[in-house]
Design a binder for this molecule. Sequence first.
Ligand SMILES: Nc1nc2c(ncn2[C@@H]2O[C@H](COP(=O)(O)OP(=O)(O)OP(=O)(O)O)[C@@H](O)[C@H]2O)c(=O)[nH]1
Ligand SMILES: [Mg+2]
Length: 343
Amino acid sequence: MLVDAVLKGDRLALARLLTQVENNTEDGRAALSRIFPRTGNAHLIGVTGAPGTGKSTLVNQLALRFRSENQRVAIVAVDPSSPFTGGAVLGDRVRMKDLGADPGVFIRSMASRGALGGLARATTGVVQVFDAANYQIVLIETVGAGQGEVDVARLAHTTLVVEAPGFGDDIQAIKAGILEIADILVINKADRPGVESTEKALRSALDFAHPDERDFAHHGKLLDREPPARPAEQHWRTPIQRTVATDGTGIPELAASIRKHADYLRSGGNWAGREQARLVSELAAHIDELLLDRFHAGLPQGRYNEVVQQVVQRQISPGDAARKLVDDGNPGEKARNQRGRAK
Ligand SMILES: Nc1nc2c(ncn2[C@@H]2O[C@H](COP(=O)(O)OP(=O)(O)OP(=O)(O)O)[C@@H](O)[C@H]2O)c(=O)[nH]1
Ligand SMILES: [Mg+2]
């Protein structure tokens, strides 16, 4: 079976299995069920940030670094902003080519399926395959375009948010709430002018984004306030790391910072908590998908569009329409509800 070959390290089998998982085929789903007990070992590292900040170059360097420590590295490049495997993904492949020949590295570019939910599901599956196939490090690159980076944060143990001089002062990324999800902030392109002001802007934005961290770190011993939920030594302070991904400056320090975050999470930080959050959100996504499938399958032909028209013509409110449709698609449930109400 394909899974056995994958677990034995067969790269061709791995590529085929990833395609099945991406396409959500029956074989892909069966494989995921089989491998799931073997997952939970990899360190999942999300790398997100605005387009062009140097994420791919950085991922490339980090992968080389982790390889030098003899860890097996998988790279997942997710590109929710471009629906087809276009220039950006191709560009990533070219830029990452110096890793291509290394058997300890596997690079996978994911094409968006249009629906973000579908992409998140596919990415989760792909990451689980890498995890089971004994890749200790999984780097997941996404373009920070809104929902995307929040999904990465949910998927990853450690989330890197990549900024570059000129982007940071423009507060755009800060407004989008992206700093809240950063475990490590990277100012890449530190060879460019404006690093100082970018770092300054980010530092004050960080303090703003993590107010309790700031309060405790600065005043925790002085203020008479409830102790924070986590003791001080377990509190992670988002570091700011400068890098020049094109020449590798700052990469060892960044890798060390990533290792430190993993250690922090494992030693009473919140590794188990993040694992649980990841799995619960995956479970919830599956439930949503299943219920929605069943709901549509249970509806009489054309019924959905009929009700949509009634809503559009304002004959029935969206809330009432939803309840009506769910009852229509679920006659048994309707009867149960009515019995319940009659009591
Ligand atoms: N000067 C300078 N240029 C860099 C640095 N890192 C990356 N670049 C260049 O910036 C451009 C974009 O780099 P990518 O790694 O493709 O950036 P990205 O964030 O992955 O881009 P998207 O995936 O399209 O969002 C490339 O031309 C890189 O060579 C750096 O540290 N300094
Ligand atoms: Mg890229």
